[in-house]
Design a protein. Sequence first.
Length: 92
Amino acid sequence: MIVDRWTYNMKQGKWPELIALFKAERERYGSMFDRIYVCRVGNRGRLAVESEFEDMADMEKKMAEFSPSPDFMKQFVALTESGTTREIWSVE
């Protein structure tokens, strides 16, 4: 199994809106954004989103099919700051 984790810096006080945005997009696609995390201790302006895939080929296929709506992108930019990171993990 492959886990694709994206971590974002949120604008202050915007985490409820950003979570709602990801949940709405998850409903639209079904196979994206399996888990959404909000940092409660430490750097509390961080949100992480994970998606699971069977293997790298499955991830590449689903990522190619994924196309965020223009409204999602507009809201996402308004709610986040620079500093996005991406990690792809293999679950052993």
